[in-house]
Design a protein. Structure first.
Length: 133
């Protein structure tokens, strides 16, 4: 029967990756990448580890990265906003506020489910209101 033949081979699942690879090594690599500022690459590995036996550790690490990333983004935003308020030229002020909004957007896009991203969303709305004045 053609139907049976077409589907008689095993399919690959994301969890199959961990039968041949050591998730602990990948986890260490993700932490190392994060420590070296390579957040995107670390997150890519952690997302793969979610299908491994290290699911909980990967999710925890991903959340730690997200919290630190968003905290940093909010601190940079505060700095941009403080500088913006001191500007006499309205175009310069708007430019700095736009940079602040970009910082927050990055946090929101990467870590939307975290509480820190929700705080960043609130901050972003305030900044956008300021831009529209």
């Amino acid at each position: 029967d053609l139907h049976v033949r077409r589907h008689s081979f095993p399919t690959r699942r994301s969890s199959d990756l961990w039968t041949k690879n050591n998730p602990e090594e990948y986890f260490k690599k993700a932490k190392e990448l994060n420590a070296n500022g390579k957040i995107e690459q670390a997150l890519e590995i952690l997302n793969k580890l979610i299908s491994s036996p290290l699911r909980e550790k990967a999710l925890e690490e991903k959340n730690l990265i997200g919290k630190a990333f968003c905290k940093n983004a909010r601190q940079k935003t505060a700095s941009f906003y403080t500088k913006a308020l001191k500007q006499k030229n309205n175009d310069d002020k708007k430019k700095l506020i736009n940079q602040a909004v970009e910082n927050l957007s990055s946090c929101i896009e990467k870590f939307e489910s975290l509480e820190e991203a929700k705080q960043a969303e609130t901050d972003k709305k305030i900044l956008l209101e300021e831009l529209n004045k």
